[in-house]
Design a protein around this ligand. Structure first.
Ligand code: NOJ
Length: 620
């Protein structure tokens, strides 16, 4: 009986998900009466979020039948539907099926940092909508994105998942992504709440110390905006702020999110984060961690298995109130009502012409032209082009990080796209981005002598960016620098295309190339998008949303830094300081003696094939 009620409820909810007012009293009444019939174990089960990859199919089915999970992550297609049916049959309550869909499911769009460079919110929303459509086809109703961490440190591998260094742009992009998801009934998560992007030294999971004024000015706004747009969930971040990890941070979760902003959606923990409160040193053991997390306001426990083990015990001991558990369960049940939970496989196909076309367009509009001495655009008259570099023909890398559902063979690499447009010879130069095999560098150099132009696709393998992929050195890897120098020796004109998950410090390389395009990891159709730019079919329009430093030692460097009391009046020149000088001629100002104050390329930078003149504004 319960399952029939839920199916009817879900169909109704599915039909009215699109940004409609979220509360309907009848729904609330149904949830309240359902809650009254549930045992404490059934309630706790709803707060448990399990990773399907950590157990066998049989174990999963058994747990779902016993009502030990409110959400299963990392499962799709037939198993997802089987679990959904089992949940309805045995517990009467459907499951949330969740997945990290960050920039596409099968059809992958550019990484979010690339998408943001298009500055085209309508395009970004449409990419999110098409991604949501593919995601839902696979039985998934909830995704852990968008990531709206403001980022200022390219050493942090997760800058790839962000929209860059600006608070407002991040908010607007994030909102459009949520709207795109909502159009297809996919529940979104604003993550990682909050300050995760400020990890000290750019080292992932590292501590942050962010004064409240900076939290409010820089880091909180995107979350606020997403919540106001109806984002269904918020993920508490791994990091601590002011010494308190988010999963136990009552001030940030309860006082700000719930009390001040009136957020009534689900607060999810990050993976194993409740258990990690012990490692952080704020909880003596997992039981105390459980108490801290539920009291701070974390509704769902992602893979710490803490709520399942200790919540009942804590209630029995009077350490927490059953009412707090009830409130968390209500929010989970509300989310199940609000989102259209997929109950049956869809017959539609992925990689639709519409999605692939948009992926190519967004890849082209994300590419940022940094330098052009007239070599670009290429044309038939450019002659024979040597295509080289570790990213020239690596579909698995161009899709970028967080592409767990990537399937080989659907994409277009730069090599393939260039072959469709002109006379091309290919020599990889290096097999992968960290390769240092000079034998194949020699082959590329030989091929360069036979060509008229060199198109060198450099950058990072996808595994060098994303979660836990922090780097202390953000130059191009040594082998790639060697390859560039060797190609330069041939005297042939070079267009350097960087395909990476973060801004890399490429100051030295700029001098070796006649044209430079920063394309990030452009997704399934990266090659097509880049080729359109190189051949002038798309006028480059991408603008940076994250500063590119000259040197890693300048980090953090971002456009809206406060002025300081001693802003530099000129860029210093360390070599020009006469030996024995007591005080630096440039004065006592805020700069680096060796690298000054200016980045290699600032936020907003990007050229095109057109020239513009800026004049004084006129009011008519
Ligand atoms: C950890 C990551 O921080 C988070 O972004 C992700 O959604 C979860 N793992 C689930 O995979």
């Amino acid at each position: 009986m319960k399952s029939k009620v839920w199916i009817a409820l879900l169909c109704a909810a599915f039909l009215c998900i699109n940004c409609t007012p979220k509360h309907s009293d009848p729904a609330q009444a149904r949830i309240d009466s359902l809650l009254k019939t549930m045992t404490i174990q059934q309630k706790i089960g709803q707060l448990n979020q399990l990773n399907a990859k950590c157990m066998s199919r049989e174990q999963l089915i058994e747990k779902v039948q016993r009502g030990e999970a409110g959400c299963i992550m990392n499962v799709s297609d037939s198993l997802a539907y089987v679990l959904q049916q089992q949940a309805l049959r045995y517990t009467g309550i459907p499951l949330l099926i969740a997945r990290d869909m960050i920039h596409g499911y099968h059809t992958l769009f550019p990484i979010p940092l690339g998408q943001a460079c298009s500055w085209d919110t309508a395009l970004v929303r449409e990419a999110a909508r098409l991604s949501a459509r593919e995601t839902r086809r696979h039985g998934i109703g909830w995704t852990f994105s968008p990531m709206v961490d403001v980022v200022r440190d390219p050493r942090w591998g997760r800058v790839a998942e962000s929209y860059g260094e600006d608070t407002y742009l991040t908010s607007v992009m994030g909102e459009q992504v949520v709207r795109g998801y909502q159009m297809e009934g996919l529940a979104a998560t604003a993550k990682h709440y909050v300050g995760y992007g400020a990890a000290e030294g750019g080292r992932d999971y590292n501590t942050t110390w962010i004064p409240e004024v900076q939290l409010r000015n820089t880091y909180l706004l995107p979350f606020y905006r997403l919540i106001k747009c109806g984002c269904e969930a918020v993920m508490a971040s791994f990091n601590e702020v002011q010494g308190m990890p988010l999963s136990a941070n009552k001030h940030l979760l309860h006082d700000i999110l719930r009390d001040e902003w009136k957020f009534d959606g689900v607060i999810d923990s990050d993976y194993g984060a409740i258990e990690q409160l012990v490692k952080h040193g704020v909880a003596a053991d997992k039981k105390e961690a459980t108490r801290l997390a539920i009291r701070a306001g974390v509704d769902m426990d992602m893979e710490s298995h803490a709520y399942k083990k200790y919540l009942k015990e804590l209630i029995d001991e009077g350490a927490i109130r059953e009412a707090d558990v009830d409130s968390a369960v209500k929010r989970v049940l509300q989310m199940k009502e609000r989102v259209g939970l997929p109950l049956q496989p869809s017959v539609e196909e992925d990689y639709s012409a519409e999605a692939m076309e948009l992926a190519g367009r967004l890849a082209a509009e994300s590419a940022v032209l940094l330098k052009n001495n007239g070599l670009l655009p290429l044309s038939k008259q450019s002659g024979k082009v040597l295509v080289t570099g570790p990213l020239a023909d690596s579909e698995g890398d161009q899709v970028g990080c967080w592409s767990p559902d990537y399937e080989a063979g659907h994409g277009i690499t730069p090599l393939q796209a260039m072959q469709q447009r002109g006379r091309v010879v290919y020599s990889p130069g290096l097999r992968y981005s960290r390769d240092r095999n000079t034998r194949i560098i020699r082959d590329a150099v030989k091929a360069a002598y036979q060509a008229d132009v060199i198109a060198y696709f450099a950058g990072e393998e996808q595994l060098l960016s994303g979660e836990a992929q922090s780097l202390a050195d953000i130059r191009l890897r040594e082998g790639q620098r060697q390859l560039l120098h060797a190609l330069h020796e041939t005297g042939k004109p070079i267009v350097l295309v960087i395909m990476a998950g973060r801004p890399l410090t490429i100051e030295d390389e700029m001098a070796y190339a006649d044209a430079v395009v920063y394309a990030y990891h452009g997704g399934t159709m990266a090659g097509e998008g880049i080729a359109r730019v190189l051949y002038g079919e798309t006028n480059p329009c991408g603008k940076l949303t994250m500063t590119i430093p000259r040197h890693v030692g300048q980090v953090p460097i971002y456009y809206n830094h406060t002025n300081t009391g001693r802003p530099a009046r000129q860029e210093p020149d360390i070599q020009a300081i006469p030996v024995g000088t007591k005080a630096h001629p440039a004065g006592a100002f805020s700069f680096y003696l060796d690298y000054g104050t200016k980045p290699l390329f600032p936020f907003g930078y990007g050229l095109s094939y057109t020239t513009y003149e800026y004049g004084s504004p006129v009011v008519r």
